[in-house]
Design a protein around this ligand. Structure first.
Ligand code: ZN
Length: 211
């Protein structure tokens, strides 16, 4: 994905404006100052560019992750599913046309039967959490109906694997959230710092005192 597609927060946008002003200002010092000014300016410029690159790269990763999540959430809408119409009992491969809540409160897909022209629900939750709960209910049912044990064990394993995968992605998301908070904090610090810096320069022109 190109950088133009990156979504920035309002703090980040303010930071980019401030850092651009600060870099231009420091470049000017570098051009017109004495040796000591130039050395100081070089150090500051390196720091400014590094911090800006870090913030831009984080925003890019954050945007990519959001797009992935969106794609994941919407994937089911474009997928053909094997379904059986409740009314005429015919089986089809159909794309969903809508959603309906099941008894446990999970959204399931609805389909339009090409024969009866009526909507029906497959009662299979779209979310993994809902699928796991459904898996447990089906297992209980299978036990009640004395289904062969290997079938129940197989379903239990699949259900446990899905639960484990969900737990792992929850943990990854938590780590991601924490680093998002860290970067958010850095951006806010930078904005305040740069506003103070700019204010100081515009008011009493003592460029290198801050920092
Ligand atoms: Zn039908």
């Amino acid at each position: 994905m190109n950088t133009e597609g990156t979504i920035y927060t309002s703090d980040e946008l303010e930071y980019f404006e401030l850092i651009k002003w600060t870099i231009d200002y420091t470049e000017n010092i570098r051009k017109n100052g004495n040796d000591a000014d130039r050395r100081a300016a070089d150090n500051y410029l390196k720091e400014y560019h590094d911090t800006e690159a870090k913030i831009r790269s984080f925003a890019k990763i954050r945007t990519e992750h959001l797009r992935e999540l969106e794609k994941d959430e919407n994937r089911h809408k474009d997928e053909y599913q094997d379904v059986i119409c409740r009314k005429c009992k015919s089986s089809f491969a159909l794309k969903p046309v809508g959603e309906q809540k099941n008894k446990q409160g999970y959204m399931c897909n609805t389909f339009l039967c090409p024969h009866c022209k009526e909507n029906f629900c497959n009662w299979i939750p779209i979310s993994n959490k809902g699928k796991i709960e459904l898996g447990v209910l089906v297992m209980e049912d299978m036990e009640k109906n004395h289904e062969p044990e290997h079938k129940i064990i197989k379903l239990k394993k699949t259900n446990d694997d899905l639960r484990k995968a969900m737990r792992e992605s929850d943990e990854t998301n938590k780590i991601r959230e924490n680093s998002a908070k860290d970067v958010e904090k850095i951006v806010k610090e930078q904005v305040i710092h740069l506003i103070a810096f700019k204010y100081k320069i515009l008011n009493d022109n003592k460029p290198m005192e801050i920092n």
